[in-house]
Design a protein around this ligand. Structure first.
Ligand code: PMP
Ligand code: GLN
Length: 406
């Protein structure tokens, strides 16, 4: 059992149990994927009344006018009944315009954009559509938890490429060595949760060259595309030879601070979108009708919105990074996302999971152990992630509490 799969066991909730007919209830592919670490640590934060710097959700809603757009869609009956399978035309057009405006990419709103129930469903549908049982999927570790579960549900074999502290850069020679005749797909995430790594144009070109050479598909999760503090975001889909093999995924949750609305999208060449849609239509069919209209407007917000959002987060990143450093953590400054990965070794502790279980009682702050996102038990053993998508006064209070750790 790998450590990533072992999260459930660590919590005692992922056991397959007695079940029926002498068989466990939970099927084999999901064995070990118990309650997500985010849910577990959020429950712990709530139970202990702690400041929750674990699960990544903002404590302030996004733009008022976007919420009003959702209210007005609800009131006027836009999207109250099943919207079209690929998403409402207004949102598909807005997604295509946004990709053009920020990256110069051209996608047909009719055939090359698919609206999903958050990026989570987009990842699930892409993997279920494109992976055959036994296919190998190479993904960076530490990985976002749903990747491992979705690869398993698709019957795929996950092959981790470890991003190692302190720099968390992908080693392209190692990537080349991991590609086998069974490799089907590279699952990328940039900006990367939880390390904050933003792939450089050189890294992306190297990865793209390998994908082309070995005729691999690429699924790229870019939900933090507007949260880049160093360098800039580059979609791999824009590189030569990549358009016809790349499924790009993003979502409204992070950029517009409405994580509960669950509006995500896929952009890709028409045959890839058709494949992903085949899976998506039997997962949820459609979702979030009125919210789709609101997010169509959000995507058209002026550049100043995106700049102010990023700069506000940068201030909070600096505040939390400085606070964590003075509290005694080793801090790996993120280039993107709204997470900071730290190392707890300076406290004389090595077990991130145990540390996070105890942290709320010790000082009234909750965090997430990064160790559960690795297959390599050594690589992330003492890493703990904190989010900074909270109000500055909340972060200041958290820093003060963490300062008492001693
Ligand atoms: N991918 C990554 C890397 C994430 O951090 C998250 C959490 N927002 C998701 C996907 C899920 O996105 P959504 O809430 O849109 O499903
Ligand atoms: N993406 C969020 C995070 O990394 C969590 C979303 C979830 O709870 N599944 O914290």
């Amino acid at each position: 059992m790998t450590q990533g799969q072992g999260q459930g066991q660590a919590q005692g909730q992922g056991r397959r149990g007695a079940g029926h007919q002498g068989r466990p209830l939970l099927n084999r592919s999901l064995a070990g994927f118990g309650t997500t670490i985010f849910a577990e640590m959020s429950a712990l934060a709530a139970r202990t009344g702690s400041i929750n710097l674990g699960q990544g959700f903002p404590d302030t809603d996004g733009p008022e006018e976007i919420r009003e757009a959702a209210v007005s869609a609800l009131r006027s009956g836009h999207g109250n009944q099943y919207p079209p399978g690929p998403g409402v035309p207004e949102l598909r057009a807005a997604v295509a315009d946004h990709q053009k405006r920020f990256y110069g990419l051209d996608w047909s709103p009719e055939t090359e954009v698919l609206v999903t129930t958050g990026a989570t469903e987009a990842v699930a549908a892409a993997l279920l559509a494109l992976v055959e049982p036994g296919d190998e999927v190479i993904a960076f570790e530490p990985y976002y938890d749903s990747y491992a579960a979705c690869i398993a549900m698709a019957g795929g074999v996950r092959v981790p490429l470890t991003l190692r502290a302190p720099a968390f850069r992908p080693d392209l020679d190692e990537l080349r060595a991991k590609i086998t005749p069974r490799t089907r797909l590279l699952l990328l995430n940039t900006p990367h949760n939880p390390t904050g790594t933003v792939l450089t144009p050189e890294e992306l070109s190297g990865i793209a060259a390998l994908a082309v050479e070995h005729d691999l598909l690429v699924v790229t999760d870019e939900v933090y595309e507007h949260l880049v503090f160093a360098g800039s975001h580059h979609p791999i889909a824009a590189l030569p030879g990549m358009r016809e093999r790349t499924v790009s995924i993003s979502s409204a949750g992070k950029t517009y601070s409405y994580t509960g609305w669950k509006i995500g999208w896929v952009t890709a060449d028409a045959p890839l979108v058709t494949a992903v849609r085949s899976a998506k239509q039997y997962l949820t069919f459609v979702s979030g009708g009125p919210f789709q209209y609101a997010i169509a407007e959000a995507l058209q917000l002026p550049d100043t919105f995106f700049t102010e959002f990023r700069e506000g987060m940068r201030r909070r990143r600096d505040l939390l990074a400085e606070g964590l450093r003075s509290a005694g953590f080793r801090v790996y400054e993120p280039e993107g996302t709204y997470f900071i990965t730290t190392d707890i070794s300076p406290f004389g502790q090595e077990d991130a999971y145990a540390f996070c279980r105890a942290l709320p009682e010790r000082c009234g702050v909750a965090a997430v152990p990064v160790s559960v996102f690795y297959d390599d038990p050594e690589a992330g053993r003492s890493q703990v992630r904190f989010t900074f998508c909270k109000r500055e006064d909340v972060l200041e209070e958290a820093v003060e509490r963490l300062g008492r750790l001693g």
